[in-house]
Design a protein around this ligand. Sequence first.
Ligand code: ADQ
Length: 470
Amino acid sequence: MSRLVIVSNRVADPRKPAAGGLAVALGESMKKTGALWFGWSGEIIEEADGGVPGEGRLHTEQAGNIELVTVDLCREDHDAYYLGYANGVLWPVFHYRLDLGNYEPGFAEGYRRVNELFARKLLPLLRPDDQIWVHDYHLIPLAANLRAMGCRNRMGFFLHIPMPPPLITATIPHQEWLMRTLFAYDLLGFQSDADLLNFSHYVQSEAHADVLPDGRYRAFDRTVQAGAFPIGIDVDELIRLAETKEGSQMFKRLREEYSRRQLLVGVDRLDYSKGLPQRMRTFRELLTRFPENKNSATLIQIASPSREDVDAYTNIRTEMEHLCGAINGDFGELDWMPIRYIHRTVARKRLPGLYRASRVGLVTPLRDGMNLVAKEYIAAQDPEDPGVLVLSRFAGAAEQLKEALLVNPYDIEHTAKVIQQALHMPLDERRTRHAALLQRIKDQDIHWWCRTFLDTLANLDLPPLLLDAK
Ligand code: ADQ
């Protein structure tokens, strides 16, 4: 069995409680074969302390039979690669927010430099039969860099965020180069069929690729396989967490506190793609249009701080504070506040109890690759008395979770009506919808996702060729 090499912007010790679902799932695959996990150390070295562009010190740590290898970045590289091209250009554009892109000329150069640095540091650590799995928009050109240095290993890439339509992709500075580097991989994974279709349209219209009869794409003297591999969650772990002492205490406390009221929940990073201001306006519309919800419907919105040093994120915090303050001021009573807004990360073990106590889960991003909160909300419900998921049709999850109530989050009036429907849904219908949703997230859970992607990569019959990264 060949060793697995994971490359992602950040690296986590899968044995630590804060590791998160992805790290745990990858950890499981990695444990089987032994593995190397490579990424940025999280350290930024200032120029005054010896930080040099395109250079970085390596750190190695052993986590069982997984080797964690990380590299430092100097300030200039970090700002151009991470804050700049990755989160200031690719993130907004891939989420259809051309207005929020920050197209400074030096960003692409820094992004290339860091990908080249990653490749240079990783190459000597590779064994000939390693399988390499690269994750997300930070590292699109990594395979092309590795191939240019002579690497012939099998390489797969998974894009966690949406793939936009061709003309949106075309707005990205250096997009021809960026998209061409995708062809250095052997397998490309997307979250949904819609993303795969956008990729397919792009390569046919912009790269003049041939689609082979078996569905593979041929361009730039390379053939690449592409598919949709919707990421899942660890459903059993979520159910277990909901039923632990801590989970059930949280559930009981909230149910007692809100015994005469209806709870709604939202859990997100504070990111403009998550549609939070629209959600707050929709909640106001719910209270105005259906006044019976006053002194009853209560929204707990947890929004964890995120990327606060990227310019496009500065306004959203102020906007949220303003909206929540205004709604609470206009509708609140001495003994009731409509919105409990928490601008912090909540410990993972507390989320299942919160989800379970909430009659409605609000997952209403304007655009999202998948959205794991939607799946966590379903997994945490009591099957005898489940809550209702209100889900944006623009989340990748909507392709799978058809039994949720699907909404257009830009349409505040209609979404408010759907939330009202969710709050009054009869028990029978709630159970039927929940059972179907639960089955779906069980069938395609995080283990299924890891296994399916890696098996597909391992079984490809493709001798890797070389591609110039320049
Ligand atoms: P994210 O944009 O981070 O991920 P999401 O899929 O919702 O979005 O995952 C967030 C995770 O963090 C969930 O497990 C959630 O429980 C947790 N989380 C979020 N807010 C939290 C809070 N305030 N406190 C505690 N925990 C919180 C990217 C893509 C998604 C894609 C994932 C995985 O943008 O579309 O689903 O990767 O591929």
